[in-house]
Design a protein around this ligand. Structure first.
Ligand SMILES: [Mg+2]
Length: 275
């Protein structure tokens, strides 16, 4: 892998971790075209870009292929980390799939679904990805059939639509917590997962990369821990003009929305940090 060449070691002291939807990808059309100049610059500097998303490994793999990005992936909101085979010198424990080693999640999807069915038996009402066929996932997400199929390949987190009374939702979240699970609010979906998050996945990778400085980019509450864990947090502007949170004085708040803001922030950071 390209991480050991002495001539390029200095730039590898930087690691980029980015959310996808609303951050690198446009909120409406999922395009990253506006970020291409910065993406190309990162590639020519050989700075690793780790995609970190609520998406599944298979969905992220599609983006890594399209971007010709050979770096690790943080899938399912941090519950799953995938590392290209041979990327780090030592052997990693986990399952080999499609050229990646998938590190075993703390709590797998089968266990999450068992807990959910026991809660359903207690009267909580929801509809989870595990209850849906691909057509139903497509209708709830707006994805095309092929992408909806990739989104259905959950390994370590379960998105669900709450169907009960509003006040029962808090009881439901508490009941999951008591069983060792946590809940992240996505756009329309609640995501049920184990104790990991994007920040714990980053901590694991940061150690492997030899403690580089980390630039992290995100646009939503599920990016908050990731941004707080970064040396250079970038809060990407949303289509309504807002930034979802104040992270502190060190954070960058982009002028541009989505990938346009991504491009602006990375170009500016590379100007000051690398060249
Ligand atoms: Mg997002």
């Amino acid at each position: 892998m390209p991480h050991t060449s002495p001539s390029t070691r200095s730039v590898h002291s930087l690691l980029l971790v980015s959310d996808l939807d609303g951050t690198l990808l446009d909120h409406h059309d999922y395009s990253y075209a506006a970020a291409l100049p910065a993406l190309r610059r990162l590639q020519s500097l050989r700075i690793p870009l780790v995609l970190a998303s609520s998406k599944t490994f298979e969905e992220l793999l599609e983006y890594n292929r399209r971007l010709e990005n050979p770096h690790p992936l943080i899938a399912e909101n941090g519950a799953l980390v995938a590392i290209p085979e041979g990327y780090f010198p030592d052997q990693l424990p986990g399952r080999q799939e499609q050229g990646y080693c998938l590190l075993s999640p703390a709590i797998g999807i089968a266990q999450i679904r068992r807990v959910l069915s026991s809660l359903r038996a207690e009267g909580f009402e929801f509809r989870a990805f595990g209850d849906m066929d691909v057509d139903e996932i497509r209708s709830h997400t707006g994805l095309n059939t092929a992408s909806a199929r990739l989104a259905s390949y959950r390994r370590a987190s379960e998105p669900l639509l709450w169907r009960g009374e509003g006040e029962r939702k808090t009881d439901f979240i508490d009941a999951l917590r008591m069983r060792g699970l946590r809940v992240l609010q996505g756009g329309r979906f609640l995501h049920v997962l184990g104790p990991s998050d994007k920040a714990s996945a980053l901590a694991l990778l940061r150690r492997r990369f030899g403690y580089p400085r980390v630039v992290a980019l995100g646009d939503s509450p599920n990016d908050l821990e990731l941004l707080r864990a970064a040396d250079h947090p970038v809060v990407v502007r949303r289509p309504d003009g807002s930034h979802f949170a104040k992270i502190g004085d060190t954070a960058l708040y982009t002028q541009g929305v989505g990938p346009l803001g991504w491009n602006e922030a990375i170009q500016g950071l590379l100007d000051t940090l690398v060249e």
